[in-house]
Every structure is written in C-alpha cells, then in structure tokens.
Design a protein around this ligand. Structure first.
Ligand code: NAG
Ligand code: NAG
Ligand code: NAG
Ligand code: NAG
Ligand code: NAG
Ligand code: NAG
Ligand code: NAG
Ligand code: NAG
Ligand code: NAG
Ligand code: NAG
Length: 510
C-alpha cells in the first residue's frame, strides 16, 4: 500500500512538473558589485544599451535592496531565500574564509532539480557546500579561471549556447554570475583596477572577440554622493564604467543566445547585483548606498507592465519565492536551527501584473562578516520613511576589506586624511569607522543618512524608534537569528529554557 501510494504521489508530482512548468524557464543575470551605472536608472554617462533594452521588455524596480551587502552571503540568499544568519553563510566562501551554508538548507538548485528542471551556472558561484548548491551544468571559478567564465563575454556566450543545447525538452534555470564590474587590483593588478583592460587586444591583455571596449573620460563620470569627488575617485569610476559596459555587452550576447534557441518568449529574466558598489559606503555597508540594488524583471507573460517602473519595496530574498511561484513549486517544510524554516520573501509575479497597493513597504537586512577578520554584525529594517540600523559591534572601527583597501579611491581617502588635505567627501574617515550602536534615519528627508535620530527627543521619532526596534526583533525571531540577544545579553533556549527561550542580560552596559 505504501509502495503504491508513493508511486502515485511521484506520478502526480511528475505530472504537475510537466504541466505547470510548461517550458517556462528562468535566467538570472547577476552583476558583481554592480550599482546604478546605467541609463535604466538615469545615469546618462555609462553606456548600457542592452540593459536599456531589457528594461523596455521588463519592469524596473526603483526600491530594490540586497539582504546583505557582501558577495557570498548575498549569493547564498539569492539561491536559498534565507537571510545569511539563517542559512549559515556568514562571510566569504573561498580560501581561508571558508564560510558555508548549513547542510540542511533546501536551496533553489536543489528544489528545481527535484522538480526535474535542468539547472546551470556560468561564472561566479562563490557559495557552498556543493551538496547544498548543486547544478547540473557548472562552469564556475571552482574549475576555471574566473576571468574566463566571469569577464570573457565571448567565452560566456559559448557556454550559454552549450547549456541551452543540452536536454532541450526540459525547462531550465540558468544563473549567470558576471564577475564584472568587480574590482581587480587586489588579485590581477596587471589588468587595471577593475580588470578594465583584460581582453582589450593590446599587448599582453588577450582579446575578447565580441567586446567593443567603451572608454570613459574622468571629467564626465557621475560621482555618487557617497564617494569623494577627486581625480583619483573619478578615474576609478571611469574604469568601473568600462567593465559595466562589458557586462552590458555580455547581457546582449546572452539574450541573443536565448533568442537563437527560441527561448526568449518563455523565459523569466531577472537582472540584479549581489551587493553595493566597491566604493566607500557601498559594499559591506547597509546604508542605502550599499543596500539599494538595480533590479529588472522581464516576463514574456506580463507584457502589460513592460517599460514601466515599480516603487514596490523588494528584496533579494524575494527571488526564491518568485522562481518557485513561476515553476509552481512549493517550498518544503523542514527544520533549521531548531525552528521551522520558512521563507520571509514574497513572489514578485503579482507585481508584474499590477502595482501593489500594500504588502511591499518594508525590507530587512542582516550582515555578519565579509572577510573572516571583519566581524561587524548589523541588522536593519527599512520602510518608506525610516531606516533603523543596529550595529552590534559598534565599539570596533568599521572594518575594511583587502580588495577595497588597495583601491585607488580608498587610498586617496587615506592619503588625504593623513596629509590633512580636503577630502571632498560627505564624511570623514573617523565618522565612517566609528558608528553608533543604533542609527535611525529619515530616509525621505535625509537620503544621505547623515543625521542619526536615534537619540531624538521628538515624541514621534521616539515612537518610530520603538516600533522599528520591535519589528526588527520580531523578524530576527522569525528567521531564527542566533544574534537576537546581542550584544547586551545571551540567548538561553535549551535545558531549563527550552520552553521559554529568553535573552539574559550580561550587564555589560550596552
Ligand atoms: C529617472 O528620470 C525619470 C524622468 O525624470 C523619472 O520619472 C524616474 O523616476 C527616474 N528614475 C529613477 C530611478 O530615479
Ligand atoms: C542532461 O542530461 C544528462 C543525462 O541525464 C545529464 O548527465 C546532464 O547533467 C544534463 N545536463 C543538463 C544541463 O541538464
Ligand atoms: C567543471 O566541472 C563541471 C562539473 O561540475 C564539468 O561539467 C565541467 O566540464 C568542468 N569544467 C572544466 C573546465 O573542467
Ligand atoms: C587597453 O589596455 C591598455 C593597457 O594594457 C591600455 O593602455 C589601453 O588604453 C586599453 N585600450 C582601450 C581601448 O581601453
Ligand atoms: C575569450 O574566450 C574566447 C573563446 O573561448 C577565446 O578565444 C579568447 O582567447 C578569450 N580571451 C581571453 C582574453 O581570455
Ligand atoms: C507545509 O505545511 C503547511 C502547514 O501544515 C502546509 O499547508 C503545506 O502544504 C506544507 N508544504 C509542503 C510542501 O508540504
Ligand atoms: C520631512 O520633513 C518635512 C518638513 O520638515 C516634514 O513635514 C515631514 O514629516 C518629514 N518626513 C518625515 C518622514 O518625517
Ligand atoms: C597615496 O600615497 C602613497 C604614498 O605616498 C602613493 O604611493 C599613492 O600613489 C597615493 N595614492 C593615491 C590614490 O593618491
Ligand atoms: C546616542 O546616545 C548614546 C548613549 O548615550 C551615545 O553613545 C550616542 O553617541 C548617541 N548618538 C547620537 C547620534 O547622538
Ligand atoms: C520568539 O518568539 C517566540 C514565539 O512568539 C517566543 O516564545 C520567544 O520568546 C521569542 N524569542 C525571543 C528571543 O524573543
């Protein structure tokens, strides 16, 4: 009887997969540290004709946010739908950092594989273990040069073609991890600070046949408000733009492959980035400059909103529910960190039909490390008017990563600070390093997040603070955050406290 039942269930699941999937595919295009350097977001200098075209056949989100502004943690969220503190990827995955998601995590590639959808990843993966994030087709940094699979757009195009030609009858999920526009000075300085010369055909650079390099004049670039306006920073931005234009041409080549394969009309395409740009206040920060992301969703079945913008507040935790919804797959019931694992993100398919009247007004974020030395746990809740940041390790200076430290922009800040020269920046290094435990910003009136209202005596602001703090705590509880009691107390939830888990004070004065 049991045998018969399970055969029947398997049969029903198989049928479900067959009919609901209906050859509808998903393509994720992920920039590496990409920001708003595109006409799609009104940057008229950086040339991105292919992203502009994607925006014309998609919906552009003006309020999208990453759940964590660090590479591996963010990728683990994109692929698992669970915040970094819940899936275990607390920091960078490679080399000595070696962070991993928990073995029990039911990730997107796992769930899709079970539903008989073929999965592929080309370019930067940067998450593990393999058993949690398995792909049927994988050409990543794990067994290739990252420059080849992540920046050589001709090579990437050929890999996409190879993937699309395999097992064609089954629907697919393809994840493209561009390595552009990531910095390069820390690993491959010979190619320039952003690898902007790699493959440009000049002596020793090799050639990327499909790439037509776009060079930018440092006097013309748009300096974001959170970066100092100096020649060194401008030159750095110009180099970044060149690699964004390369990514953009790669997007064009890949969409063309999709078209050639006859799949453009049944594929959901999502373009976004993992974290903030690698400039001060960007990557590793949860100010809006590090947390806001470009986000374009193109669906062939939702033409009614093509070319429009949405102001829904969305998060990268929404990608998993969206893809599961697209394929009509249910998220399984299982336990993680002693609690039922549940997705806190929402499917964005309804937003592709019509602008939501409610339900998309709050996002959360959670950061622990980046490199292994960079312990700086933060928890954030942001709505349309306010943002609350909890810096748990606020007594320590904010850490700087190896890649960013060596960058011309940061070196310029250091040199100018040491030489007591004007910074042309909206902060000082002192202010950047030393943060308050609680930061509350009026993000409508203070978009640069400079005036911390956490100690305000204004009754309304005080009430906002109390409510947001409560909301943040509830979300930490819902997502089984081990840091829920930090830094002032210790969570006791076993033995005598198994039924009454609680935060017990350390009397450490924070
Ligand atoms: C870009 O500019 C247009 C026209 O001024 C405006 O409607 C739109 O909101 C802007 N987009 C962003 C992302 O700021
Ligand atoms: C195609 O199917 C073969 C045989 O089942 C399998 O080994 C391979 O991984 C599949 N490739 C993709 C991209 O699904
Ligand atoms: C990388 O590993 C995958 C299997 O995970 C294999 O299919 C692929 O051919 C390998 N690529 C290289 C360049 O070795
Ligand atoms: C190509 O790279 C070289 C550095 O090797 C650089 O001098 C040159 O300006 C670059 N050309 C273009 C078109 O970017
Ligand atoms: C890029 O990839 C193409 C196709 O594999 C190859 O011919 C070319 O040499 C590569 N260029 C670089 C700079 O690696
Ligand atoms: C998980 O449990 C809930 C509540 O019991 C149920 O509604 C849902 O269908 C279950 N999901 C799966 C995939 O079994
Ligand atoms: C922004 O400032 C205006 C004018 O001072 C004030 O009326 C408004 O309430 C402020 N917005 C928020 C969200 O506090
Ligand atoms: C910073 O100063 C050092 C030492 O004087 C110098 O080598 C470097 O070029 C300077 N960097 C920038 C970006 O100004
Ligand atoms: C708020 O008060 C705390 C505790 O007195 C203090 O450490 C912090 O610097 C204050 N923050 C602001 C923005 O005034
Ligand atoms: C989390 O929520 C549960 C259920 O509401 C509650 O029993 C528990 O005390 C909360 N834990 C913490 C640490 O707030």
């Amino acid at each position: 009887m049991l045998g018969y039942n399970s055969v029947l269930i398997t049969f029903i699941i198989a049928l479900n997969g067959l009919f609901s999937a209906n050859c509808r595919n998903v393509l994720i295009l992920l920039g590496d540290d990409a920001g708003f350097e595109t006409q799609v977001y009104n940057n008229s200098v950086c040339q991105t004709p292919n992203l502009d075209q994607l925006a014309k056949i998609g919906l552009v989100f003006n309020n999208a946010y990453t759940s964590v502004s660090s590479c591996s943690p963010s990728r683990s969220v994109i692929m698992s739908g669970l915040p970094q503190h819940q899936n275990g990827m607390y920091g960078l995955h490679q080399d000595e950092h070696h962070f991993m998601s928990f073995d029990q995590v039911q990730s997107l590639p796992l769930l899709l594989r079970k539903a008989d959808i073929r999965t592929g990843i080309i370019g930067k993966k940067h998450v593990g273990p393999e058993s949690v994030y398995p792909y049927d087709y994988a050409q990543t940094e794990e067994n290739n040069s990252i420059l080849k699979v992540g920046r050589n757009i001709t090579h990437m195009k050929l890999l996409v073609r190879e993937f699309l030609n395999q097992n064609k009858s089954r629907p697919f999920f393809l994840y493209i991890g561009f390595h552009d526009p990531h910095r390069c000075g820390h690993t491959n300085p010979e190619y320039g600070s952003f690898c902007q010369w790699f493959g440009n055909g000049s002596q020793g650079m090799g050639l990327i046949p499909d790439w037509k390099p776009v060079v930018y004049d440092l006097d013309k670039v748009t300096v974001p408000y959170f970066v100092q306006d100096t020649p060194a920073a401008r030159e750095d931005i110009a180099a970044q733009y060149t690699t964004i234009s390369r990514l953009d041409q790669g997007v064009g080549l890949i969409l063309d492959e999709l078209k050639q394969a006859g799949q453009l009309d049944d594929t959901l395409i999502i373009y976004t980035s993992d974290n903030g740009i690698s400039f001060p206040n960007g990557r590793t920060n949860l100010y809006d400059s590090g947390m806001a992301e470009p986000f374009i969703v193109s669906s062939p079945y939702h033409k009614q909103r093509w070319g429009q913008t949405s102001s829904a507040m969305v998060s990268l935790v929404d990608i998993v529910p969206t893809v599961l919804d697209w394929f009509s797959i249910q998220y399984p019931n299982y336990t993680l960190l002693k609690h039922p694992a549940q997705l806190t993100g929402k499917s964005l398919l309804p937003v592709l039909k019509a602008e939501p009247q409610s339900g998309f007004d709050t996002v959360y974020a959670s950061h622990n490390l980046h490199e292994v030395t960079m312990y700086y746990p933060m928890r954030v809740v942001r709505d349309r008017n306010f943002k609350l940041i909890h810096n748990m390790n606020f007594r320590m200076p904010f850490p700087i990563d190896q890649d960013f430290y060596i960058s011309p922009t940061f070196q310029d800040l250091l040199n100018r600070t040491r030489g007591k020269e004007p910074l042309n920046w909206y902060k000082t290094l002192e202010k950047y390093y030393y943060r308050d435990q609680w930061e509350l910003y009026d993000v409508q009136n203070d978009t640069m997040e400079l005036k911390n209202l956490a100690n305000s005596s204004d009754a309304h602001i005080k009430e906002v603070f109390v409510q947001m703090r409560q909301k943040l705590l509830q979300w930490q509880n819902l997502t089984s955050d081990p840091w829920i009691c930090s830094p002032g107390s210790v969570l006791e939830d076993e033995g005598n406290y198994k039924l009454t888990p609680q935060c017990m004070s350390m009397d450490n004065k924070v």
